[in-house]
Design a protein around this ligand. Structure first.
Ligand code: SF4
Length: 341
């Protein structure tokens, strides 16, 4: 149903190319038109009580009932060197409103695809059936699976739709900062996610180009515009720094990152090592990953430089440290935060 009420004809809808769609399905993605859904590695482990993801540890989200998806499955304006997705096949074109599916159509179809991915786990005797049942009605949405979700022009309606579902407790959105207008639209339409992540992996223009390989000529200005909006957004904000050895982990980078933290004053900062997985192994070496001790050291130096942040927690297995903003201190656990805000 388009904004003018007509059903968008199948041939008008943006579709992920059949060849790519087949590869994604082989990799256990669900695909529907221009959207993708997946069962995260941690969600599968949590079905068997074999552990939860670091977002459960840091913020209390329910890993077993997390739905990881993207309404812009194969659309992105950047070609980040550390991306584990098949970004070589990404499209960069604009997603026009008249050529995309409506939010409820996307969610209905992706929920069906996701159900198929979950069904197989009922046959595994190690799976907790109660958790599987609960996972069929997600309480947490991670809008980040692949591509850049803010390219989807109906993102405000999509987030409002998810908020209207009674099981929904939290919605995380990860952006590369290339669509500041969409962040403004989310704000104006009161459709901000529970927690907004800005991918932050360079504190200077040259490193930004080298790591993100952006398509827009004004990509650095776009990213900085999104960064400058964070402190005025009425929601939880996170800078996610992905450290890549010999790309952005040098001592001299810390001062630049500290300035970004001061400028944007996010509630949390996640400092994570690049992980040598997926398609990124064709672009980077195993040696480009940092050891947990190196991530800790970088985080401690950043805390010292930034002065308003302190180390809140860490996850060894995910090679990540999270900082909390002492000047904009909020309850870290979402459920408690939601009940008090
Ligand atoms: S929040 Fe992220 S890491 Fe945790 S289960 Fe969901 S997709 Fe996986």
């Amino acid at each position: 149903m388009s904004c003018s009420g007509e059903i968008v004809a199948e041939d008008q809808l943006i579709q992920i190319k059949p060849m790519i769609s087949d590869q994604l399905k082989k990799a256990k993605y669900g695909v529907s038109d221009h959207s993708t859904v997946g069962l995260c590695h941690w969600t599968k482990k949590s079905f068997k009580h074999e552990g939860n993801c670091y977002k459960h540890k840091f913020y209390g989200i329910q890993t077993h009932s997390c739905m990881e998806f993207s309404p812009a499955g194969m659309y992105c304006e950047n070609r980040c060197v550390y991306c584990w997705r098949p970004m070589e096949f990404y499209e960069s074109m604009k997603m026009e409103p008249e050529n995309v599916s409506e939010p409820y159509e996307i969610m209905e179809k992706l929920m069906e695809e996701r159900k198929k991915l979950i069904m197989g786990h009922y046959g595994d005797s190690r799976s907790d059936k109660k958790r599987l049942d609960e996972s069929l009605k997600p309480s947490h949405y991670a809008i980040s699976l692949s591509g850049e979700p803010t390219m989807y022009p109906k993102l405000p309606e999509l987030i409002k739709y998810l908020k209207s579902l009674k099981e929904t407790k939290s919605i995380f959105l990860v952006t590369n900062g290339q669509e500041p207008e969409m962040i403004q639209k989310l704000k104006q339409e009161n459709a901000l996610p529970t927690q907004l992540y800005l991918s932050t992996n360079a504190s200077d223009y040259d490193s930004f180009l080298r790591i993100n390989q952006p398509r827009y000529d004004d990509s650095w200005e776009r990213w900085n515009k999104t960064l400058s909006m964070l402190k005025d957004l009425d929601t939880r904000t996170v800078l996610r720094i992905t450290l890549i050895r010999d790309y952005n982990d040098q001592e001299e980078m810390i001062e630049g990152f500290a300035k970004l933290l001061e400028q944007s004053s996010p509630h949390f900062v996640e400092i994570k090592s690049y992980m040598h997985i997926g398609r990124s192994i064709n672009r980077l070496e195993h040696e480009n990953m940092l050891e947990m001790e190196e991530v800790r050291k970088f985080s401690e130096k950043l805390v010292k430089q930034s002065r308003i942040f302190s180390i809140m927690d860490e996850s060894y297995v995910s090679r990540i440290v999270v900082l909390q903003n002492n000047k904009r201190n909020i309850e870290r656990f979402i459920q408690t935060y939601a009940n008090t805000n």
